[in-house]
Each structure stands twice: as C-alpha cells, then as structure tokens.
Design a protein around this ligand. Structure first.
Ligand code: ADP
Ligand code: MG
Length: 400
C-alpha cells in the first residue's frame, strides 16, 4: 500500500516522500487507519518493521493544523537514545507543519533541565520522554496534561523489563481519562496484557510475526572457544574490508572494554558504548558510528532495542545473549527496512545449549561453521555437550 492511499495531509505525504518511504510496511498499513479512527491500540511487530512511523504519522495528521496551547501527545520510551531518535523522526515528518516536539531525558547537566522546563511551559505539542525524567518534571509541577489526547508507549516490553511498570502507572495517573492510548511492543509477555488492561480502553490488537529477525538477514554462527574469539573477529573484520559499519554485541560492560582494546591494537576505528559512559559521551559515540566515522562499535544490549542505525553491514554477537529475545533485537539492528545484512554469532562450548534455545524460538536452524584452523580448533556442535562431557569425563576418570 502506498502512503498516498491513506487519508493524510499533503504536508505529511510530502515529508514521507522526502524521507524516501514509498510503501507502507505491514504494521503501518494496519495501524495508521485504526489510529486515525481514534481507537486504542495494542501493536506487536518485530524490531525494524517501522513502528515509529506507524504511530507518528497518524498522530501528526490529527494535530496537523490545530496548533494547540498545551501538550497534545506524550510518547514514553525506555532509553534516552530512543527518546532522541524518535524526537528527530518527528521533526522530519513534521518538517512542513507548525507542530513542535521535545525529548525529555535524564543524564545531562543542569542546563538540560532548564531547557526542558522552558519547552514544557511553552506549549510543546509532542513530548518524547523516559519515565524517570518525566516523573521529576511532574513532581515539581512543570507539566500540564489537561489537554492531552494521545499517549504512546513505545518498546513497552523493554520498559517492563527495566522495571518501569509502576512509573508508567504513576505517569498515567496524571493524564486525562479520556485519551487515545497506543502500546507498541516487539514481544508479547504476559505483563504487557496486564499493563494494557490497566491503561488501554477496548484496544484493537495487531500482531505481526513475532520473534523472527527480518528475512533479509543472513545469519551464521561460528563455533569458537573463548580464547579464540578476539583473534577470530580480527580476522573477520580484516577479511571484510568493504564492510564500513560493524556492530559487535557482548553481554557485559567489562567485555566491551576488553574487546575495544583488542581491536584498537589493530588500528580499526573502534569505539565502545555501555551504560558506563556519560550521557554526552554515549551520544558522541553513537553519532560518530551513525555518521560512519567509526567503523566498529562494541556495545552491550543497552543499544540493541529500538535504536535505528542505517546500513549496518555486519553484526557480531561476541557471545550468545542470555535472553533469546535479545538475539532477535541484536540481529534486528541489521537489514532494517529494505536493506540486507549479515549477523554472525560466536558460540563457545558452554553457550551451545542456549543457542539451541534461540533457534527454537526463531524456528530457524542457523548454519554453524568452524573457525579457520590457523586461528584455532573449533569445538564440535553438541548443544548438550556440557552435561554429556561432564558425564563422560566422570566415566573415563572412573575407568582410570
Ligand atoms: P521499529 O520501531 O519497528 O524497530 P523503526 O520505526 O525504527 O522500526 O524503523 C526501522 C527503519 O525503517 C528506520 O530506518 C525507518 O526510517 C525505516 N522505515 C520505516 N518505515 C519505512 C517505510 N515505509 N519505507 C521505508 N523505510 C521505512
Ligand atoms: Mg521502535
């Protein structure tokens, strides 16, 4: 379906075409008409399927020419990075409209607080906020929500994972009862249903193929002992000279630093990002990577959800994520929308069973390859190897 088949204002259609969007994605096709009809909505769609535009476009359409005198829309998101990104997308889509927006998030210096407070008093149409910072502003009476018409919860599953359930309830208690509420999520855990029945009113529900990375991602796994991982990724990055944008995920902050050190020695432009960095540093690192000034970014899962970086060509999972859903999110950073991408996971002996669980979740068997012999010997694929080897050893020991 083309965007001009929706009943949207010309200014919005023009901005969409400037953004280079031609056809609506499936979630957009289903969500936009329902939102225009003022329905509450529960929408589930995997990462990278265009959920942001699915809610921004119809909301902008509804406020297009009614520059109100107070806050019209509140969008709650889990992280600062996502707040900034969504705010930027709103600015793009509303380029030809008088609508304005602001991102409200913590971690900056005191001057942010002043700017944010001013913007909140100056009748900003759309606020994109993280829960904690929003509550600080609410506590000092900075925000008036009497005229609010739309509440959006983006990455709702992630917010619940991060323990924001009560904060969200608290924020909602400040909002008018009569409003439109939209909840977007990549997964459908039971807690979402609980939240939904607490704050949505007779919602329509849309679910589009959950828990599968986009089809254009070429996925592969390498069987690799822990001590061969760094030499192997060095080899991989060396080999793929034409890959300008490579994202490496690992589960812990300590490993981010260790991997960055390993790669910097080889003279790649490499940076690391984790919650250890100050907010301003995180933004600098992320924008250098987005602008392709940094070739390799090493990250923890803080950035695997929701953040959209164009044209990442290679994702490397340095380790198997503990949570199978995180795998889908990490891999979802490549091949976003229409592009193609490669995602490679390094599996050591102890992670085989966990990787098997991921394959079950995504209902796909991923090809497993050995690392080149000059780097080391690959362990054999045996997802139960941990238990079995233990037993075998015991048996052998007994025989001795
Ligand atoms: P999600 O929130 O579902 O993870 P995003 O809204 O971040 O996904 O969109 C993923 C990427 O796809 C973004 O780069 C966005 O600009 C792009 N995109 C979204 N909708 C379309 C579309 N209809 N046509 C082309 N690109 C799109
Ligand atoms: Mg999103």
């Amino acid at each position: 379906m083309r965007f001009d088949e929706f009943d949207l204002h010309d200014e919005i259609l023009e901005a969409i075409s400037y953004m280079g969007f031609e056809k609506a994605s499936p979630i957009q096709e289903k969500a936009i008409p329902l939102i225009l009809e003022n329905k509450d909505l529960l929408a589930f769609a995997q990462t990278g399927t265009g959920k942001t535009a699915a809610f921004i476009l119809p909301i902008l359409d509804k406020i297009a020419h009614s520059k109100g005198d107070s806050i019209n829309t509140l969008i709650i998101v889990p992280t600062r990075e996502l707040a900034i990104q969504i705010d930027q997308q709103i600015q793009g889509f509303s380029y030809f409209l008088p609508t304005n927006s602001i991102a409200i998030y913590g971690g900056g210096d005191g001057s942010d607080w002043v700017t944010q407070s001013k913007a909140l008093k100056n009748k900003t149409d759309i606020i994109v906020a993280t829960p904690g910072k929003l509550i600080s502003h609410l506590n000092v009476g900075n925000i008036k929500f009497e005229q609010l018409q739309h509440l959006v919860l983006d990455e709702a599953d992630r917010m619940l994972d991060m323990g924001f359930y009560d904060d969200i309830q608290r924020i909602v208690s400040y909002l008018p009862k009569k409003r439109q509420t939209l909840l977007f999520s990549a997964t459908m855990p039971p807690k979402i249903k609980k939240l939904s029945s607490a704050i949505l009113d007779k919602p329509e529900e849309i679910a589009i193929e959950l828990s599968k990375p986009a089809e254009k991602v070429l996925q592969a796994a390498y069987l690799c002992s822990e001590n061969h991982k760094t030499p192997f990724i060095n080899h991989l990055i060396n080999q793929k000279e034409d890959y300008k944008s490579i994202l490496i995920f690992t589960s812990t902050k300590a490993k981010v630093n260790q991997i960055v050190r390993g790669l910097k020695n080889k003279n790649y432009q490499t940076d690391g990002i984790s919650s250890d960095l100050e907010q301003s540093e995180r933004e600098n690192v992320l924008s250098a990577f987005k602008a392709k000034r940094t070739r390799v970014l090493v990250a923890t899962d803080v950035i695997s959800r929701g953040i959209d970086i164009k044209d990442i060509e290679l994702i490397i999972n340095y380790d198997v994520p503990g949570d199978a859903e995180d795998y889908v999110h990490r891999v979802g950073r490549t091949a976003r929308a229409e592009s193609e991408g490669v995602a490679v996971t390094l599996i050591n002996e102890n992670d085989m069973f966990r990787f098997k669980k991921i394959e079950e979740l995504i209902e796909t068997e991923i090809i497993k390859l050995p690392i080149p012999p000059e780097i080391g010997k690959s362990p054999e694929w045996n997802p139960k190897s941990q238990n079995f080897r233990f037993k075998n050893n015991q048996r052998k020991n007994r025989k001795k």
